[in-house]
Design a protein around this ligand. Structure first.
Ligand code: GLN
Length: 384
């Protein structure tokens, strides 16, 4: 069936997300799926028990629109401890249906027709469509390789009267790079005395390696006062399918966020919020996540050392980039498909995260997997 009239797409350049495409292809060909980022190991049985317990206890009706109060409190306490930032649980935090929704709602609540939004490429794929759906104009600047850092001089040149928002992401998906204290100070300088809002995607805050400290915008009061900061329970608690996250921002920004949130999502899964609050208050729940994933990263690097895939630096997130240019000169999109179909390992081609595809011959592999899965995948990669 089709609508008989004309459909004027609001997103005529946008197709199906690469994560859905590559996971579908992996399934179709029985390949090991290191494409879409999600763990293949179980969630804490204690967290599942709490979730179940709260369902049985009858906590099954709407949660308050901004989220279950004790969960908001637990999160504000955590942020205070980690980043010495004070957020009011009543007015400065909202529980969301995952990071993607938080990002979309933050953009929607601020961006109007013609507003410019600076994004850095390769950019996680939900940013640009969210800007465009709101009539905003994405201004794409490229991260500079091989370490994918921001060229702040370029940012300075692009900022003008129409710049309404800058989006940052650390640890960064898809590259695994991180922002440093110096980056944050540059951002502080550039946004000083300007009407620029920051969206800081920090969903991988607890997945950072080699002793680096996560540079949340919250550590910088001058940045925090102009930022929506987006976090994810799915990444930290290995439960991406629960689609739960949260957004924190100063009260006047959060008030706008909630105006949009209440009419798109209204409120988020109640028993899950009870369970998360209990879990956070009773169990050390995030302290060991970085060490856990660093072991996985190191194992994956060791297992692939003899392959012809050349790893790039990964300081955070659960993604490892590999340069395959020694193996093939095929486009990364083609090579990723062939790797899935012929060699049984699915990955993500990085060029899709650019407005005008830049093909560095790099693929992204997710190592949030059982050691056994990584061993099997690495064995295949070593044969290519
Ligand atoms: N964040 C996940 C990744 O980068 C994908 C989430 C999704 O499929 N929307 O792979």
């Amino acid at each position: 069936m089709n609508f008989p009239g004309t459909v004027k797409s609001k997103l005529h350049k946008t197709g199906t997300t690469i994560f859905t495409i590559m996971s579908g292809l992996a399934q179709e060909h029985g390949a090991i799926n290191l494409s879409q980022g999600f763990p293949d190991f179980p969630v804490s049985p204690e967290l599942i028990r709490l979730y179940h317990e709260h369902m049985l206890a009858g906590h099954n009706q709407y949660a308050p629109m901004p989220g279950y109060r004790p969960l908001r409190e637990a999160l504000c306490n955590k942020i205070e401890k980690l980043y010495t930032a004070t957020y009011d649980p009543d007015t400065e935090i909202t529980i969301t249906a995952g990071g993607t929704q938080a990002i979309y709602t933050a953009i929607t609540s601020i961006i109007k027709e013609g507003d410019e939004v600076i994004v850095f490429e390769p950019a996680y794929d939900c940013y640009v469509p969210a800007i465009e759906l709101n009539g905003g104009i994405p201004v794409q600047l490229q991260l500079k390789g091989p370490d994918f850092h921001i060229d702040w001089n370029e940012v300075k040149k692009m900022v003008n009267q129409r710049t309404r928002m800058i989006m940052i992401n650390t640890p960064h998906n898809p590259t695994g790079s991180i922002l440093t204290a110096k980056d944050m100070l540059q951002l502080e300088k550039i946004t000083h005395n300007r009407d620029i809002v920051i969206v800081s995607d920090e969903v991988y805050e607890h997945i950072i390696y080699d002793g680096y400290e996560h540079q949340s915008v919250m550590r910088y009061p001058k940045l925090a006062e102009r930022s929506f900061v987006v976090f994810s329970f799915g990444k930290t608690y290995h439960a991406t399918g629960w689609k739960a996250g949260y957004c924190m921002a100063p009260a006047n920004l959060m008030a706008e966020f909630r105006k949009a949130h209440q009419f798109t999502v209204f409120s988020v899964n109640t028993p899950l919020q009870y369970a998360l609050a209990d879990y956070m208050n009773s169990t050390p729940s995030y302290e060991s996540v970085s060490a856990f994933y660093q072991k996985k990263r190191d194992l994956f690097l060791k297992l692939t050392k003899k392959s012809r895939f050349k790893p790039l630096a990964c300081s955070g997130s659960y993604f490892q980039l590999f340069d395959y240019s020694v193996i093939s000169q095929e486009k990364d999109t083609d090579f990723a498909v062939r790797l899935t179909k012929e060699f049984g390992v699915a990955s993500i081609p990085v060029s899709v995260f650019y407005k005008n595809p830049v093909d560095h011959k790099i693929l992204r592999f997710c190592f949030a997997k059982e050691d056994e899965t990584l061993e099997k995948a690495a064995a295949k990669l070593c044969q290519i």
